[in-house]
Design a protein around this ligand. Structure first.
Ligand SMILES: Nc1ncnc2c1ncn2[C@@H]1O[C@H](COP(=O)(O)OP(=O)(O)O)[C@@H](O)[C@H]1O
Ligand SMILES: [Mg+2]
Length: 146
């Protein structure tokens, strides 16, 4: 699947994204600095009407967004691995535990800069590659990795 959007219709893109992919739990957002990873995640979270962002009480380096979906309380764990140097550091920072727990509890992980510790991204996951077509347009390639 592929989505092309500007900031004008990013909410529509986020809605479509969620309709198609809400059964998945691990989302790896790949793309250059300023490609729009954080912006897309924030619009998706607004669409899901998350409560205020809180730093995770359990895991450092992770923001939690709580919301209700299909009558259930759900959590998105949003991580940015930009400053993570390697797999060992990711494990020591609790990032692997967070993913394991999120998958086990039916919650969600959104990971920016997954390249920093690819080995920790479990299958199945959704791989999203964002590219800039112009200052205002982005294309997101979406792939299911089993
Ligand atoms: N269609 C678009 N989607 C996302 N961001 C866009 C778009 N058009 C312009 N932008 C701008 O690009 C920048 C993306 O920054 P950000 O989301 O922080 O990137 P990343 O997290 O990938 O480093 C923001 O300044 C945003 O306003
Ligand atoms: Mg970012």
């Amino acid at each position: 699947m592929q989505l092309t959007y500007t900031l004008e219709n990013i909410d529509e893109a986020a809605r479509h994204f969620w309709e198609q992919l809400n059964a998945m739990h691990v989302f790896a957002f790949s793309g250059a600095m300023s490609a729009g990873k954080t912006t897309f995640i924030h619009h998706l979270c607004n669409m899901l009407q998350v409560d205020d962002t809180v730093s995770s009480p359990t895991f450092s380096l992770i923001n939690e967004y709580h919301f209700h979906y299909n009558g259930e309380e759900k959590i998105i764990y949003h991580m940015d691995w930009y400053r993570i140097k390697n797999v060992a550091e990711a494990i020591n920072s609790g990032l692997e535990d967070c993913i394991t727990q999120a998958v086990a509890t039916g919650n969600y992980c959104f990971i920016e800069w997954p390249e920093q510790a690819w080995a920790l991204i479990p299958n199945p996951h959704v791989l999203l590659k964002i590219n800039s077509l112009s200052p205002t347009e982005r294309t997101m390639h979406i792939e299911l990795i089993n």
